[in-house]
Design a protein around this ligand. Structure first.
Ligand SMILES: [Zn+2]
Length: 77
């Protein structure tokens, strides 16, 4: 099982804590991409100045995995 890691975030433009996706978040992303996904995806959990969590997505190996930035919705468990 993957664990939390320090990774660079393209939206925050710094190294931030990233966590693996929950099963609900995986389901959402799989639905978005139309393909089964590996457990290689991480979300940025940095709290931004406006109080929201960043939630920008990347894979472990690639900060710019998505051509455009991709962010999880706030309301997914
Ligand atoms: Zn971030």
């Amino acid at each position: 099982m993957p664990t939390a890691k320090r990774l660079t975030c393209r939206t925050c433009r710094s190294e931030e804590n990233h966590e693996p996706l929950t099963s609900g978040q995986r389901d959402w992303l799989q639905d978005q991409l139309g393909n089964p996904i590996s457990d290689n995806y991480y979300k940025c959990v940095n709290v931004r100045p406006d109080g929201t969590v960043c939630l920008n997505l990347r894979t472990h190996g690639h900060e710019r995995h998505f051509r455009l930035t991709k962010r999880l919705p706030d309301d997914l468990e």
